[in-house]
Design a protein around this ligand. Sequence first.
Ligand code: ME8
Length: 540
Amino acid sequence: MNKTFYITTPIYYSSGKLHIGNSYTTVLCDTMKRYKKLRGYDTRYLTGMDEHGQKVETVAKELNKTPQDLVDYLSNSTKDLWKLLDIQYDDFIRTTEKRHKKVVKKIFEQLLEQGDIYLGNYEGYYCMADESFFTKTQLGENNTCPDCGRKTKLVKEESYFLKLSKYEDRLLKHIDDNPDFITPESRKNEVVAFIKQGLHDLSVSRTSFDWGVKVVSNPAHVVYVWIDALSNYISALGYNTDDDSLYQKYWNGDEVIHVVGKDILRFHAIYWPIMLMALDVPLNFKLFAHGWYLMKDGKMSKSKGKVVYPGSLIEKYGLDPLRYYLLKELPYSGDGIFTPEDFIARINFDLANDFGNLLNRTISMANKYFDSKIYKPAKDYFDVDKELKDKVQETIDLYKEDMDKLKVSSAIQNIWKLISRTNKYIDETYPWVLAKDDSKKLELNNVLYNLIESLRLIGILLSPILINASKELFTQLNIPKELQKWDSLNFGELEKLTVTNKPSPIFPRLDKKVEEEYIQNLLNEEMIIEQNKLFKKEKI
Ligand code: ME8
């Protein structure tokens, strides 16, 4: 039986249109799903929408719409976006769905019956944008939210509480016993430091608004949106229902990964495991917390207006450049800054010059010198043949290591080192000189074979990342289906082939100045248009 792999994105708030920051998380998970699938895993990819909470209720009111209208509109627009980004999710959960609410209700009642949730009174500060509670001492100046800087509101109400303190030691032990429970390491350290300050019991219900899952035994209370939202990871698998086969298979399977932004790690690394411990559900998951995409002047945010939308970039430049940019430019444990200059530079230098040109030159030479037909050589002819093959093997090994740890940016950088090495191989073997001497036919065939074989393997490694370009590479080289698979990831499996005689550049070079200006204008214009569309003009 194949090993299982279950990967999830956070479920996004239904309070505005998604931007490239949210798209990053979704593309990253998509890439991981495709990678694991390529390696033969039985994969399941869950994403969805967080549709309850005070923020949704407030935005809907501002728009003069019902919350249901707003969440229906945003869930459709999000699905359209994922289609555009060619996201291969298996399930899209919405917290307003019956299947989800049923499970949340059961979870809440069970924890209440067990005494892990109890009724008390809450007094503290609430940040609606983050749907988070804070104590006075945690706040910034003028009672602002320590996470996002917005004004918080003093809340005094009857509330249910979840006993976090009871599970503090067990949680610390779990983190200690499972060194890769939270990665990167630096983020894990932040979580441990936070827990060690001592956990206060968490307010897990609200009475001052309506838009949420009602507590069954006391319907004046609505379940706190984070308790509701976190449950999606198992409600979508049918946990605690008549048919829990997906839950048994994937949650209790081999690998479960929740990918989250650093802003919501605390909820996933503290509240979620404690909920599961209380429910006696195995803590089978790992957490990967990534950084943010920033604009030059701060974090991208749905409500603050500093945003880059993926739609127009894809329309103008195609899908792969955006996927490449997003996956490459965010370092494993830091933040990244989106600029039009970098976006165009990545297309021109990495995609068009280094990669596209290598493919194009190789095919043109195969056409010109061998009427498109290339054979596997009987032996190596040059010292650099071995060097190239060693570099290919090293790249494959590093790729596996990186991808298994979600270090996709590093995997991409190593593939580009191989691309550079392959380009250098052309400069070192002088195929245009070999072509002038009829007695060097075998040497020349050897050069072209090695180039094509390197490109084939590069195509396999890139297939979870550049989904269209890798297909185009296989098509233009005429690589048979079975040699596009992970099992064929060995130099020399290709025997012979006839490449296309009509090569076309997979990434055309762009005019730097014109395109940078185009994106800059797009950013300025779109911000205004989108806000108007969503908040004023468009019927939703
Ligand atoms: O927090 N750069 O939803 P959300 C990179 N509903 N990633 C970013 C980003 C940026 N600038 N901005 C957002 C919520 N993200 C809750 C989650 S899960 C049970 C509930 C990504 O719509 C990042 O992954 O605010 C972040 O955690 C997620 O979008 C939050 O989206």
